[in-house]
Design a protein around this ligand. Structure first.
Ligand SMILES: *[C@@H]1O[C@H](CO)[C@@H](O)[C@H](O)[C@H]1NC(C)=O
Length: 843
């Protein structure tokens, strides 16, 4: 008892001391640091977090909910200690914080999902109101975390997120703050910690410069604000403890850069001061000590932008705050640039030295932009001001924040992946091309990569093919090298699928069921091998055939691709995409269960096996099926998905020869951005790789179109896309076939099995489509929708021709009909369409 009182007293004095140190000043302008579901106090990050069960007369809970604890957490966070407990609420639950002054408060909700008895954390879904303002709606924490990991999957930040913090800046006008947690009907919610930090100095000022317009008053003091991004540009991550006014986290910026090489990091920590004394809480000085400037591309004039791209919620107003401090030059006119937000100039002739009144003086600028309901990106670009001389052409940025502003009492956006299958997003059409010439280093790296792939191909060629004896099997991703690195275990080697996968994921299999289905992973049932592990054919008790992909826990690359595949496939359903039936994650296994594709890969029916050759019609239908799958990927979801590894071994055929796209291990969401560095950016399979992607490391749907064009040539010629044993000018199928196509003489290199059994006109059109697809520049390639449309026309041509030749054989009268039909169709629809530029329209 005495002990407890003593502890309480100590705690209180610590709290008081703390309050004074951080300058909470007046007694009531206090903050709250709440460790939800706990009854003790924990010191984390230099601050004391008090359990919500601990006696504290300023916090009231409307109902107790349920407390959950765990002794272990996945991942590492400075907050791990307080994340080990949570408050779970199957019903509505309010937290009321009392004794608060009028003013602005930063409110942070911390979420770290862990297994909770009798609640499946993947099925949590809840809405949050703060003093009546809706800040989150039907929020799915594991889904958001998976989404975040997906974006950074192959970025330079080699870490996986396990927790999530949502930060808001909220006005409080009464003496209290009420936070309401409302689970969705039949679901539940949870929260690990709540943080309320008073904002002592004004954070926002009006008016704000609007992109492409006049200054506006935004009533920022009265609105709710959500922090979307906060970056220490060019510097390292700043943890809350290093920002002792407001305890903000400043992330690194490189993974948001469209081309990481466009900027270089610089540092200077001497004597930086705020240009205005009122700005001291706007950002810690640490933010201004590091910056990113335009890289020296060894040309006199810098003719490119430094560009960052951010995913945001559609139909909201945003405040973009840029932090600047000139760290190098001690006179004006040395560094002059333009600032663009979503393509619009928000500032020209920008000279930090001039604005700040000197070197090493910290300033910030706010800009306002509205993101339309059809859009979900914010581009921020700094680049040369063409109106100004080249001598001072350079740009510099120290920090960047993006704030979302509330609208009609709402800050919430519905979860990104609703299954409603949105139509084509306008933003996808707004691909901004940034010209930056590949440096010598880039080319060197690529050369090494290519050599490596060629060597690897040669090596695998010598190995006996495991799948030879079995049915025509999967041969997924031969580029997935099995790099069993020691740090595969870094993440425990086994990610908890539960935390990654939304509830749409399908059935959960027990390991026993999987063992039974595969005769305990019998080698004879292996139908494919890849870097991630093996694929087995299996049979469920009810006789359903399945394909089982078992991850090799040693492979880190496999692990990442495995996650991508789950996240992608669990959200996609389409007749021409191989569907996921379920998964198994017992005993650290990572097993995915798919529908079984009885006829294996398209490639196995083209060459390299004893299977009977496909007819021209079957080939056309397979191409059409695959094109449909890809078209759906590109346009069927809100943000569009790029497959990144289109090839004949990833096109599978079911028992009726219906083609489906498979293997989403490398897939990426988002229109045109690859956040990664050169060394990791170029992924895919040699021979199918888009040369433009090589040059620019800029990934778009058109890269899939290129690969698909190579597939089309492969289907005609029935040979490997790279065959090093052929004469030099024939090694690369795409180059070789393109030469023949340009002379309009594809029939010379067509698979001999097709001779005489195809409509020559259909081959001609088919060749034209393939040629368009592998156009050197993405903008000259058609969309998958257009490809699909033309392929269907090719099939019609061929069918009309077959009918005609059948008829000719038996009768000789009714051919005119077919003929007319074909010609009319051509006049109506195909005129000129094979030669249009491709980028102009979408289907
Ligand atoms: C920089 O970006 C802006 C806006 O997207 C664009 O108009 C401009 O042409 C770009 N500048 C260069 C040199 O690429």
């Amino acid at each position: 008892m005495v002990m407890m009182i003593l502890r309480k007293v100590r705690l209180l004095s610590v709290l008081i001391a703390f309050t004074c140190v951080v300058g909470y000043g007046e007694a009531q302008s206090r903050g709250f640091l709440v460790d939800c579901g706990s009854n003790s106090s924990t010191k984390v990050d230099g601050r004391i977090w008090v359990g919500d069960l601990a006696p504290n007369n300023n916090i009231t809970l409307s109902s107790p909910g349920i407390t959950a604890m765990t002794s272990t957490l996945e991942g590492n966070s400075i907050f791990s200690e307080i994340y080990k407990s949570a408050r779970v609420f199957p019903d509505k639950l309010n937290y009321t914080f009392e004794g608060i002054n009028r003013g602005s408060y930063i409110v942070r909700f911390h979420f770290c999902p862990f297994p909770i008895d009798s609640y499946n954390v993947n099925e949590s879904s809840f809405t949050v109101f703060a003093n009546g303002l809706r800040v989150m709606q039907d929020f799915d924490v594991p889904g958001e975390i998976a989404h975040k990991n997906l974006i950074f999957q192959s970025s330079s930040i080699n870490s996986t997120a396990f927790s999530l913090v949502k930060e808001f800046v909220l006005p409080v006008s009464s003496g209290k703050l009420i936070v309401e947690f409302i689970p969705r009907k039949g679901s539940f919610g949870f929260v690990n910690a709540i943080e309320i930090v008073p904002v002592m100095e004004q954070l926002f000022r009006e008016p704000v410069t609007r992109a492409g317009g006049n200054d506006v008053d935004l009533n920022l003091d009265g609105r709710g604000i959500e922090t979307m991004y906060r970056l220490n540009v060019g510097g390292s991550k700043i943890n809350p403890g290093q920002d002792p006014d407001l305890y903000r986290t400043w992330e690194t910026d490189s993974s948001y850069m469209v081309i990481a090489n466009a900027g270089v990091e610089i540092k200077n920590s001497s004597n930086i001061t705020y240009a205005s004394a009122n700005d001291s809480s706007v950002a810690p000085l640490l933010v201004y000590e590091a910056a990113r400037t335009m890289s020296n591309t060894e040309v006199l004039e810098k003719r490119f932008n430094m560009s960052w791209k951010f995913e945001v919620d559609p139909d909201f107003d945003y405040l973009v705050r840029l932090h600047f401090c000139e760290l190098v030059f001690d006179k004006p006119n040395q560094r002059i640039f333009r600032i663009y937000i979503n393509n619009e100039t928000v500032a020209g002739n920008f000279d930090i030295y001039e604005h700040a009144g000197g070197k090493n003086r910290a300033i910030y600028q706010d800009y306002f932009d509205h993101v339309s309901s059809k859009d979900n990106v914010l581009w921020i670009q700094l680049g040369p001001d063409t109106a100004v001389g080249a001598s001072g052409t350079d740009a510099l940025l120290n920090g960047l924040e993006i704030f979302k502003l509330s609208k009609n009492g709402n800050l919430a956006h519905l979860m990104r992946f609703d299954s409603s299958g949105h139509s084509v997003n306008d933003s996808k059409m707004r691909i901004i091309w940034i010209s930056i010439s590949a440096s010598v280093g880039t080319i060197l790296l690529l050369t090494i990569l290519v050599m490596f792939i060629v060597c690897f191909l040669k090596k695998t060629r010598g190995k006996p093919d495991k799948s030879k004896n079995g049915p025509p099997g999967w041969r997924p991703l031969f580029l997935h090298v099995n790099n069993s690195t020691a740090n595969a275990k870094r993440m425990g080697g086994s990610l908890n699928l539960n935390t990654l996968v939304a509830s749409t994921m399908g059935r959960k299999f027990s390991l026993a069921e999987i063992r039974a289905a595969t005769k305990n992973f019998d080698d004879g049932l292996a139908i494919g091998v890849g870097g991630f592990g093996r694929v087995y054919k299996g049979e469920l008790e009810d006789g359903t055939l399945i394909a089982i992909k078992r991850a090799n826990p040693q492979s880190e690359q496999g692990l990442a691709e495995f996650e991508t595949e789950i996240v992608m496939l669990s959200r996609l359903r389409h007749r021409h995409l191989v569907s996921l039936i379920g998964f198994c994650d017992e005993h650290s296994e990572m097993i995915l269960v798919y529908e079984y594709m009885a006829n294996g890969t398209l490639r196995s029916h083209l060459f390299g096996s004893d299977l009977p050759p496909l007819t021209w019609k079957q080939r056309l239908e397979a191409c059409i099926g695959a094109a449909r799958g890809l078209h759906y990927l590109h346009t069927g979801s809100e943000r569009g998905i790029i497959h990144r590894d289109v090839k004949t071994t990833n096109i599978l055929l079911d028992e009726n020869f219906v083609a489906k796209m498979s293997d989403f291990g490398l897939s990426k969401t988002g229109p045109s951005v690859d956040y990664t560095h050169v060394s990791t950016a170029v992924k895919g399979s040699f021979g199918y790789l888009d040369p433009e992607y090589f040059r620019r490391q800029q990934l778009t749907e058109k890269s899939d179109v290129y690969s698909f064009g190579v597939v089309l040539f492969e289907v005609i010629c029935a040979r490997a896309v790279i065959n090093p044993s052929l004469p030099k000018d024939q090694i690369n199928l795409a180059e070789w076939a393109l030469r023949w196509q340009r002379e309009r003489s594809l029939e010379n290199i067509i698979d001999p099995n097709l001779k005489g059994n195809y409509c020559p006109e259909s081959l001609e059109k088919f060749g034209e489509i393939a040629e368009k697809c592998i156009a050197d520049e993405g903008k000259n390639r058609p969309t998958m929708g257009e490809v699909l449309w033309h392929l269907e026309y090719v099939l019609q041509l061929h069918e009309a021709w077959s009918r005609k030749s059948n008829l000719e054989d038996s009768f000789s009268s009714s051919q005119a009909l077919d003929n007319d039909e074909g010609t009319a169709m051509e006049n109506q629809t195909l005129q000129g369409s094979c030669s249009h530029s491709g980028a102009a329209e979408d289907v």
